[in-house]
Design a protein around this ligand. Sequence first.
Ligand code: ADP
Length: 355
Amino acid sequence: MIKFSDVKKVYSDGTEAVNDFSLTINNGELMTLIGPSGCGKTTSMKMINRLIKPTAGTIYLNDTNVEDYNIHELRWNIGYVLQKIALFPHMTIEENIAVVPEMKKWKRKTIRNRSHELLDMVGLDPSIYSQRRPSELSGGEQQRIGVIRALAADPDIILMDEPFSALDPISREQLQHDIMQLQKEIRKTICFVTHDMDEALALGDRVCLMKEGRIIQVDPPQELILNPASEFVKEFIGERKSPWQTAVDVIADQTKSQIITKSAYAHNKYPNQGTFIIKDHDNTFAGMVADGQNQEKCIVLENDLPLSKAIDIMQDKNQQLYPVLKSEQLVGTLTYKDIVTYLKRETASKDGVIR
Ligand code: ADP
């Protein structure tokens, strides 16, 4: 756990970089720090591994003040990934990964196994890559080595300062994907600085949005999108369309296969198994029938209701099918499963992370 308590940083020239900064990053949580350039993201992060000393306030790692740690132990136990990873050019990839484990005096065989395991984890075949030199790797591959090097000695905490921003969009997406996959397995406590809102929303379990050295909002991505705390947050997020904001009528089944007329219902001319919505001759909603039983307590959805709200309404209800109405007119039907299928598809490219 990383805990900032009332942290403040004023540089010697009087620049107030961070102020009133209180934030807890829980164990196993990936927190993204985002905000306009100069808002204090890097300063905040560098105070964790004591590259910068706070002017006031305290930072705790697992309840111990970072000032109370031996500086070498502190640095070895915190993985650190920078924008432009500096691999040692004369060393092989395996030797580069081994730097911290060697300082920690791990056994040679353990180090070798660990580096091969890590290369495997990010899809780089150890038999090909372990003996290569950094110059024989692409930018994206080097950055991947930077990430696994930070993981090598199995630190609990990892700091990432714009680790992918120097990469082309494809490598960047690939590495974001890698990090999401890795994090599912390793569940480290990660503080990730970025200026890219898509990245912050895609990766963060929570996002900490900063402005002029202060925290403006800390929330899970979906919450930030649906309930921005201020105009600034709204503007910063931009016109981002979350699939959760999609209106129900966009995905409602409009084939009307589950809709029967009032007269068909009255004359029992419909299948007596399954759930059906009944419509009047003017296409207005007239009720619902499930397995031949009239459903008096039927919940209806207004056409412009966002899916997030629809899900809330449907939760814990035993209703199989929902009519979607626009000014009393039936425009389609919807099931809970339709929504889940849609959300899953829309978020699949980001591995289930809601954007
Ligand atoms: P960010 O990472 O959000 O871009 P930084 O933490 O790098 O922001 O910087 C926050 C503020 O502190 C900026 O105004 C920056 O110019 C200033 N700053 C950063 N480093 C120093 C320094 N060593 N001396 C004086 N001011 C600095």
